[in-house]
Write a protein of this length. Sequence first.
Length: 260
Amino acid sequence: MITFIQQAIAGLVTTGVLGFLYMRMIKREKPEQISVPQALLPIILGILSEIISSRAVMYVMIGLGTEKGAQYSELPTVARQFMSPFLFAAFPEELIKLIMIIITLLVFRKKVNNVYEYILIGAAVGIGFSIAEDISYGSELIGVFVRLPMLPGHMAMDMLMGEFLGIAMYNKKNNAGPVAIFNIAAFVVPLIIHTLYDAGSTSNHMVFEGMANQDNVMLTIGSVYALIVIVGFIVYSIRIIIRFKKIGEKFNNMIINEME
């Protein structure tokens, strides 16, 4: 019962904070705001993306088996520090979130009018993912509040994903510039950011093994990297949100579909 209450609080905190930011973004859209279905569907798909990706990772880890798992654990610490978050978090999560964004774009293909709306869809998928993730982490409520400064992380990464996809479509429809490079960046850039962040936080093997083996050099290097990455990620997330506030009008004016 206590765990359920903690998870409910975690979900409410995440929904409240990110929902507030999302509503402010929607209100800044011009000349008119997106419909309620277009605002809510990507959030629902974002929640679904967390459920799917977490199950996929679980099956991959089971599929490795004891023998391959033992071989993996023998890799150098630094290699595992970056391979673990890439294989078991960043790659599956960002791929499935990208798919959810594309599904939303297909559903509303005649209603997504500009690049700003691509960014809104990305933000919404990231919000949905964060809600589901923080509910699953909610059994340790203190962790939710510790994570508060990093709460907009998925939202910020997926806003960037939406921006790149939107620019690619804008360039394609208006013959305004490269298309493929922006489509590739939509997946690769969030993937890199996610991998680097997790390598310094939840998958920081240098810290974990440095403490276990009393290796002060490894522990120090891992701790410094963690500090740089976590502070950098918080700054990055805040700057992304502020950036879209400042240049939202530019993205509003990058028309993809003329309004009906």
